[in-house]
Design a protein around this ligand. Structure first.
Ligand SMILES: Cc1ncc(COP(=O)(O)O)c(C=O)c1O
Length: 376
């Protein structure tokens, strides 16, 4: 176990998972945890979705590897791109192997066509761990050193700060429609209005739907939920239900028309197995009810500062980091996998699988309430 390097500092025990089924993970000591994180916000269909596994296996028999890096195409990836672009109302897609690499692609495109390296992003946001995606993230957690900053990214926390930042000449604004890992925060309606206004004057708006895509808010994408058409959109995580490392950067036609040649790509761009599982995720979600209103219930307690819920995602905020940490630890002891938020460490976060039953949800809330009452 010591050979695997980890950059994350946590006081919690590192778990060794030996098996996962439905939304349960089994540890090497035999303990079974209910995964209320859906992996890392990426497996809302759970770990036993047989049609996804079949699609990957069948594709591996026909054509297990090709790449779009040098411009080549393959049949399944072409079918998948067309289906995904239609679904998302976008013109082109570039496939990557993660959310970070898709955000990196989106920022490079925006800077390339604007000939500018200044951007605007929101406080608490997390856009990834590569250099450009980290620069666009909240620096309280995602800062790095010893490398000259390639981008200037001004952070906003409300519509007036956003408007002030946009008065400068910027290449792009990047936004998580709902801030997920940072603590499940929503933006005010005015933020979207300001973005729309500047978008109509030429601002490139990138929506990072790495988390919110594929049904987390009850619609296919958060852009449908908020009725906002971004110029560039990033998808990852739920795109393959976490079964294959896949990300996508989708662009509108007017963006595509402005791209001149620049060298960019990945060995695993347009991977046939990723495309096969991505296509099957679309098929599976098409036949599901994505209404998550049954997960709306919030906990009211004098030890809870705020309980924020958006679709299947939630965050419970406490008065201190130590209370949040104690909550996560006690929940794990009681059989629930749950995590701390990355940008606001007083909060814990969850992302319930779509296949979670009403009874599971009831038990999850009851266990949370009793821990808050008795242990914190
Ligand atoms: C909104 C958002 N964007 C980008 C990323 C980075 O994705 P990945 O870890 O697949 O590189 C994440 C990861 O949590 C995310 O939440």
């Amino acid at each position: 176990m010591k050979e695997i390097l980890s950059f994350t500092k946590t006081n919690l025990e590192n778990l060794e998972v030996v098996k996962s089924e439905n939304y349960h993970i089994t540890l090497n000591n035999g303990k079974v945890l209910i995964d209320t994180m859906s992996g890392l916000w990426c497996s809302p269909l759970g770990y036993s979705c047989q049609p996804l596994k079949d699609a990957m296996y069948q594709q591996s028999l026909i054509n297990p590897y090709q790449s779009n890096f040098l411009g080549h195409h393959n049949e399944i990836t072409e079918i998948y791109s067309s289906r995904l672009c239609d679904l998302a109302n976008m013109h082109n897609v570039y496939f990557t192997n993660s959310g970070s690499s898709a955000v990196e692609t989106a920022i490079k495109i925006a800077c390339h066509i604007s000939k500018n390296t200044t951007g605007v992003a929101s406080k608490h946001s997390y856009h990834g761990s590569t250099i450009l995606s980290a620069a666009a993230s909240d620096q309280t957690i995602n800062s790095w050193s010893n490398i000259a900053d390639p981008l200037i990214v001004n952070k906003f926390s409300n519509s007036s700060e956003l408007e002030a930042a946009l008065k400068n000449d910027v290449a792009f604004a990047i936004l998580e429609p709902i801030i997920a890992a940072g603590g499940v925060y929503s933006h005010s309606g005015e933020v979207f209005e300001v973005l729309k206004d500047y978008q109509s004057k030429g601002l490139i708006v990138i929506w990072d739907e790495t988390v919110t895509g594929f049904g987390k808010l009850g619609t296919w994408f958060a852009k449908d939920y908020f009725q906002f058409e971004p110029d560039i959109m990033v998808l990852a995580k739920g795109i393959s239900n976490g079964y294959f490392p896949l990300g996508a950067c989708l662009i509108k036609e007017h963006v595509a028309e402005r791209i001149k040649f620049f060298n960019h790509g990945f060995t695993f761009s347009g991977h046939p197995i990723g495309s096969a599982v991505g296509l099957e995720v679309i098929n599976q979600l098409s036949s599901m009810n994505l209404d998550h209103s049954r997960f709306k219930r919030t906990i009211t307690h004098n030890k809870v500062i705020e309980h924020r819920v958006q679709g299947c995602m939630g965050a419970i905020e406490f008065s201190s980091k130590s209370k949040a940490f104690k909550f996560v630890k006690s929940m794990r002891e009681q059989g629930y996998m749950i995590e701390s938020a990355s940008e606001n460490l007083n909060s814990i976060v969850y992302c319930l699988p779509y296949i979670f039953t009403d009874l599971d949800f009831e038990n999850f809330i009851k266990t949370s309430e009793s821990i808050i009452n008795d242990n914190l």
